[in-house]
Design a protein around this ligand. Structure first.
Ligand code: PDD
Length: 287
């Protein structure tokens, strides 16, 4: 059955949704996005995603096409219309269609931004069997631009990273810059040493993960120590555990980096516990 999607004020079958070939999202990757997960038919951490979207738009001097309250209504409407119990809502805002190709930004008074949302149905998202197996990753050079804190749709290099991982027979890649791990292709990266969780500090080098913020809060509440600092692959190789976080993977163990087993080579207790706490608490707070 065709999905119902949202484009600039209209709910349409996906086959009837249209965006101009002159849209700056298409021509210039001039757009930002958010992915919000859905569990039990409800949105996980919508407020966090709305706040980051507001920040991404402001950093790029792009107008918000609707209010965050309206955005919540659109998310809920799409979840209901498509009968999503577990899955994701993808949202994208671009600088719109100026009617031609030009490097200069168009006048926002004349060119409204484009707003597109669609759902992704993923039954079994929370019970993902991969969480019991863990992920294998390789490391690759981080050659992305310098404003990774803005969630732009420039995802070519992360896609290439995924393909490098696939070619190497593993699940994902961790980016390394100046000898330090920044993050995964589409997730934040962590190592665990005893009772300590170590993850890259916030800055322009990484995306400020919404899942990251919640997981670090839960870790502190559970009396774990949190160190927000850069770490190397050598340090990761001797860690007890490793894991990643994202809106779609939640907390997912990493059991191998560049062919080296991390800890026992199996998902560890800290990652497993944080996954459980995250899912429990976020289900309770879902809207
Ligand atoms: N990716 N770092 C990068 C580069 C990401 O693309 C993402 C999210 C994250 C985790 O952020 P959050 O916890 O807010 O999802 C970190 C989304 C899920 C995606 O592109 O599909």
């Amino acid at each position: 059955m065709a999905r119902t999607v949202y484009v600039n004020g209209d709910y349409l079958p996906e086959t009837e949704a249209r965006v101009s070939i002159f849209d700056r999202g298409f021509l210039m990757a001039d757009g930002v996005y958010e992915v919000t997960s859905v569990l039990d038919g409800k949105l996980i951490d919508f407020a966090g995603h709305a706040a980051r979207l507001t920040r991404s738009l402001a950093e790029l001097d792009m107008a918000a096409p609707v209010t965050m309250d309206e955005l919540l209504t659109i998310h809920r409407e799409l979840v209901a219309r498509n009968g999503i119990n577990e899955g994701m809502v993808y949202l994208q805002v671009t600088r719109g269609n100026p009617g031609d190709r030009d490097f200069a930004f168009p006048d926002p008074a004349k060119t409204p931004s484009t707003l597109v949302l669609f759902t992704q149905d993923k039954p079994g998202l929370a019970a993902n069997p991969q969480a019991k197996i863990g992920l294998k990753v390789i490391s690759i050079d981080d050659i992305r631009w310098g404003r990774r804190d803005i969630k732009t749709v420039q995802l070519l290099y992360p896609s290439m990273g995924k393909m490098m991982a696939k070619k190497a027979g593993v699940d994902d890649a961790w980016f390394v810059e100046d000898g330090f791990v920044t993050e995964g292709t589409s997730n934040n990266a962590y190592i665990v040493k005893g009772n300590r969780i170590i993850t890259r500090n916030l800055g322009n080098e990484i995306l400020h993960g919404i899942t990251r913020a919640a997981v670090l809060r839960f870790a502190r509440e559970a009396q774990m120590e949190v160190e927000e600092r850069a770490f190397t692959l050598a340090e990761a190789a001797t860690a007890d555990e490793a894991f990643i976080t994202s809106a779609s993977a939640f907390v997912m163990p990493v059991v191998q980096i560049d062919g080296t087993a991390i800890g026992t080579g199996k998902p560890g207790p800290v990652a497993s516990r944080l996954r459980e706490i995250y899912l429990d608490e976020m289900r309770k707070a879902a809207v």
